[in-house]
Design a protein around this ligand. Structure first.
Ligand code: FBP
Length: 334
């Protein structure tokens, strides 16, 4: 569209920052660092079959999952882009057993960055959409020294920003900050820039889609079976098996994603700090909701870095329906 005003992610973030006279620009720059890392990861994903980055790396991560080559590569890209900027004091990742403090010579900054470098690993080799998820907190330990686990174990409602990148038919980065709203930027491969494509996303209060792995049906509680029977009768089923991709569809079109606890994963499968909490921050900024079936994800106080949680996220009315139905079923058993 010749003449249409192109809004880059940088100019948009700076414009938002102007709403906070006390802002120092460090968060702006950190978001821009994440965008840069996403561009690098996207360049590998786009030519994965040609760049010998498909398949297993031969190693296993702290979750006991076999690491894909792209998991390891994306993790290294995030750390190499972020660790030396002087904006973060510690990073934590799904692929690293412990937090990685920023050493003194790299000038530890005031923010904490936690991330799932490559979400949807089971879809990498089959060219289905995958993503990166990130969460940003303000450190709680004194400034100027390397950060610690304490800086990572913060309740989701204290996030100062969060977002995800989806490597799908196009590469899109969606983020939210405390100034509110969820905003999406599409990577224009002609100029290598993220341009504003989805300003102030508001998710429909009631959805069209439900996303859940129904092969776990027999392992669910009666409450979740009842929920899915009801959704089957009135919503359309969609499940890609990449949290970012399922979440993004439902955010834009309206819908609900669920990964309940079950007899195989009694605490749920997904990780609180770098999967559930950042997406909950986005969902709420877009008028949606996110719970573990009982309480808001953003109210859960983390105790461990790789802590798992059940996740019910998406359109507000559908999330409320799940909470009510599961709550009733639990009450009837009691
Ligand atoms: P990782 O790929 O980052 O480990 O994420 C877990 C995940 O792949 C989610 O993206 C997805 O929603 C879920 O697991 C799929 O699990 P399942 O195969 O049990 O349905």
């Amino acid at each position: 569209m010749p003449g249409a005003r192109l809004v880059t992610i940088e100019s948009f973030i700076i414009e938002q920052e102007r709403m906070f006279p006390e802002a120092t620009g460090e968060l702006t720059n950190l978001l821009y660092d994440v965008a840069l890392a996403a561009k690098v990861i996207s360049s590998y994903v786009r030519r994965a079959g040609l760049a010998a980055v498909l398949g297993r790396s031969g190693a296993t991560n702290v979750q006991g999952e076999v690491q894909q080559k792209l998991d390891v590569l994306a993790n290294d890209v995030m750390k190499s882009v972020i660790q030396k900027t002087g904006r973060v004091c510690v990073t934590a990742s799904e692929e690293d057993e412990t937090p990685v403090p920023v050493t003194l010579e790299n000038n530890p900054g005031k923010y904490v960055l936690m991330f799932d470098p490559l979400d949807g690993s089971s879809n990498i080799d089959v060219n289905a959409s995958i993503g990166t998820i990130f969460s940003i907190h303000r450190r709680v330990t004194p400034d100027g020294i390397p950060g610690t686990l304490k800086d990572c174990l913060q309740v989701g409602s204290r996030q100062v920003a969060a977002g995800y990148v989806i490597y799908g038919s196009s590469t899109i980065m969606v983020y939210s900050t405390r100034s509110g709203g969820a905003h999406g930027f599409t990577l224009d491969p002609r100029i290598g820039e993220f341009l504003l494509s989805h300003n102030s996303i508001m998710t429909p209060t009631a959805g069209t889609y439900y996303s859940v792995n129904e092969s776990n049906y027999d392992r669910w509680t009666d409450g979740y079976r009842e929920v899915v029977r009801s959704f089957k009768s009135r919503l359309n089923a969609r499940y890609i098996g990449s949290l970012v991709a399922d979440f993004h569809r439902n955010l834009i079109a309206g819908g609900i994603f669920m990964y309940p606890a079950d007899s195989k994963s009694p605490k749920g499968k997904l990780r609180l700090l770098y999967e559930a909490a950042p997406l909950a921050f986005i969902a709420e900024a877009a008028g949606g909701a996110a719970t573990d079936g009982e309480r808001a994800i953003l109210d859960i106080v983390p105790k461990e870095l790789h802590q798992r949680t059940p996740l019910v996220i998406g359109s507000r009315d559908d999330v409320a329906f799940v909470q009510e139905t599961v709550g009733q079923a639990t009450a009837e058993i009691a």
